[in-house]
Design a protein around this ligand. Structure first.
Ligand code: ZN
Length: 696
């Protein structure tokens, strides 16, 4: 051991030397370390754009035959500059503390996106790429070239100049409107006033962190840590309704106008590119292949889940009517409350009872540990990393399959609400990876409880599930971005595969062994009892059919607004129609869902991604050994076959490589009907009563 010290010391000195060197050299990967104000951000982005132009000039200057080295490499370098620039601009648009910086982040996101569109419509670059002979001995590069050329054709590169100008203007408009939609939500936090009596049913720590106003009322906000407990636990129907309306109405009516303009621009773009509807264009390069196939998926999953969801509703209504005989129906604003009450009464599970075991800081450590064991990586905290907000935690990630551990990237966790910060839960790349040249970096943007002095940040179990979900994205991004091309990272895979690795990780949440490794009472340190885990699993399995129906509702809405003339769509009425089709819960007045449906900007018509990927994720998970989730052979096989390839092959091949066949809906069907044993499992028994392992 001792003989190692000089090596460590030498490395430490080297690290300090490198660090001080890095402080002098301009940081070309992280805008926030150099851009101390909006003007500095602008010049930082302009430097990236100048570098991109230099790469393209180099590419176009080549005389003679085109090769991967002389053409695809500078093309990928150019794409890399744009990706770094837009990731950073987007980061500061959604996360910077000062509004002027968020404004500049928004403006720069628009500028870089416009440069991206320039590149996507550049005929000379397209012709240069098309002239490269497809390499026979390098399938990843071959796929990169073929896929890039396909994207060029879908972008309209072969149209005449005037048409390309129109396409460009529409793409710019689409980006600008999408950013405006998100900004209206980030800046649109609303307050809901409640009397002390109306807070009945809410957890004590929730009430304790809200101080009463002089008149005795309480001010709640539409940020997630305030909203979710009201919808789940609040006994007062009036407060639940006001909170529900406020949450969906944060950016209403502003965002309805933005959405209409956005949909019109998308439809115009589809028309110019020769598609009847935008949904056809948006699915042309996806696994699903066409909008008609999306409808088929909706019908297929609906056939499986609708009868079960109807039964669940009838049971829930009958239950609620015993408590409240005058109740005619359960509304969309009330179902979470009644499901919670049902779980307490019939499944002996109270969602509040698990919160003390999930204080935020402990959950974060537990999820990092779980990911370490599952994916064979380790996380080293960087205490003095320069970040955009002091609350952000930074970790270097090492591959533990290499000896010594090999540095493979960096992650940033920005996990609690702030004024003006993006209000949703997401994972994004910060820096793309290029083997031997640039390590990938990714981040989580969440709005969980905690992060405030004195508040332990006790999490609800679905918040912990969300954390697992987002971490699945992060690992996919990191492990999948170790290849030779910047444009072939984990997140560059077909968009409708992106939710599979995240939803797969959600399933880990049910393992008692995993939960007990970090679910410890925040006051006593006692591990979450096995019988409580068993009841929690039974409780969270209740309502899966309803959950699927809800996903179909969003899927259908996102498809329908993209497959018909936009001008006359009444968003609220359409949403209510879809509610009738997919849920038995009754609509409430003043529900402006579409004005806060953030997926409509990023996923457009393709919300189906979640449903398709749930089918895939559950099928993936059925191949894990439930007795040995983390250390069993499936975990490493999954890392190698599904995550590590990134976008080096079509997603359908990733699925087949792991499953030995295409996905099938039968695993999802079993998952939906899964019944958990509410008695604690003995360690040697299967921990859940889930479907048996299927032989491949
Ligand atoms: Zn996701």
């Amino acid at each position: 051991m001792k003989s190692r010290f000089p090596v460590f010391l030498a490395l430490a000195i080297l690290a300090i030397a490198l660090q001080s060197h890095a402080q002098q050299a301009p940081d070309t990967l992280h805008a926030w370390t150099v851009a101390k104000g909006p003007a500095a951000l602008q010049s930082w982005v302009n430097e990236r754009l100048a570098a991109e132009k230099a790469d393209l000039d180099k590419l176009l200057a080549i005389k003679g035959s085109r090769t991967v080295a002389n053409t695809l490499r500078p093309f990928d370098d150019a794409q890399n500059e744009l990706a770094v620039a837009v990731n950073n601009a987007f980061l500061l648009y959604s996360l910077a503390d000062a509004a002027p910086m968020r404004d500049m982040g928004q403006k720069m996101s628009e500028v870089v996106s416009a440069a991206n569109t320039d590149l996507a419509l550049n005929q000379q670059v397209y012709q240069a790429l098309a002239a490269i002979p497809l390499p026979a001995d390098d399938p990843a590069t071959r796929h990169y070239l073929e896929h890039t050329l396909l994207e060029y054709r879908l972008a309209g590169v072969d149209k005449d100049e005037e048409t390309r100008k129109k396409i460009h203007a529409l793409q710019d408009k689409i980006i600008n409107l999408s950013l405006a939609f998100g900004r209206n939500l980030a800046d649109g936090t609303l307050s809901v006033s409640a009397t002390r009596a109306e807070l009945e049913g809410l957890p004590d720590d929730y009430i304790a962190r809200h101080k009463p106003n002089a008149d005795g009322t309480y001010t709640l906000t539409t940020d997630s840590p305030d909203t979710n407990p009201v919808l789940d636990f609040g006994a007062n129907a009036g407060l639940r309704l006001r909170m529900y309306q406020a949450y969906h109405g944060r950016a209403y009516p502003k965002n309805n106008d933005v959405l209409r303009e956005l949909l019109i621009a998308r439809q115009d773009l589809a028309t110019i590119l020769g598609y009847t509807h935008y949904a056809d264009l948006a699915t042309a390069d996806q696994m699903i292949g066409s909008a008609a196939n999306v409808q088929k998926l909706i019908d297929e999953v609906n056939a499986v889940s609708h009868p079960a969801a109807r039964r669940e509703y009838d049971e829930l209504l009958a239950f609620a009517q015993k408590r409240q005989p005058d109740l005619k129906s359960i509304t969309i604003a009330d179902y979470r409350y009644w499901m919670e009450q049902y779980r307490r009464a019939n499944l002996n599970f109270d969602a509040q009872s698990v919160r003390p075991y999930f204080p935020y800081a402990q959950v974060q450590t537990g999820i990092l540990d779980t990911a370490s064991r599952l994916f064979h990586v380790s996380f080293k905290p960087l205490k003095d990393a320069v970040v955009w907000d002091t609350s952000v935690d930074t970790f270097d990630v090492y591959d533990a399959t290499a000896t010594p551990g090999k540095l493979i990237g960096r992650i940033y966790l920005d996990m609690h609400p702030r004024d003006g910060k993006d209000k949703w839960f997401s994972s994004s790349p910060v820096v793309p990876g290029v083997r031997g040249r640039q390590l990938p970096e990714g981040m989580l943007v969440c709005n969980f409880s905690g992060g405030v002095g004195g508040d332990p940040g006790l999490m609800q179990y679905d918040e912990v599930v969300t954390f697992f979900h987002e971490f699945g994205h992060l690992m996919h991004n990191l492990l999948g971005s170790q290849g030779q091309w910047s444009g072939q990272g984990g997140f560059n895979v077909e968009g409708d595969f992106v939710e599979a690795p995240s939803q797969m990780l959600e399933e880990m949440f049910h393992s008692p062994a995993i939960l007990q490794s970090f679910g410890k009472h925040y006051k006593t340190g006692e591990a979450i009892p096995s019988d409580l885990v068993a009841r929690m699993n039974a409780g969270s399995a209740y309502g899966r059919a309803r959950w699927l129906q809800n996903q179909l509702l969003y899927t259908s809405f996102s498809l329908q607004v993209h497959n018909r003339p936009t001008a006359n769509i009444d968003f609220d009425a359409l949403y209510q129609e879809d509610q009738k089709l997919f849920t038995d819960f009754s609509p409430v007045p003043g529900d402006h869902f579409s004005a806060s449906f953030t997926h409509i900007t990023g996923y457009a018509s393709n919300y189906y991604t979640y449903v398709l990927d749930k089918v895939i994720a559950i099928d993936f998970f059925s191949h894990f050994d439930k007795n040995n989730l983390l250390e069993g052979p499936a975990a490493m096989r999954y890392r190698r076959a599904v995550l590590e390839p990134g976008a080096t092959k079509p997603a359908a091949d990733l699925v087949k490589d792991f499953l030995g066949r295409p996905q099938s809906i039968s695993a999802l069907e079993r998952w939906m009907n899964e019944e958990f044993d509410t008695k604690p499992a003995s360690p040697r028994q299967p921990q859940t009563a889930s479907a048996p392992q299927r032989a491949e």
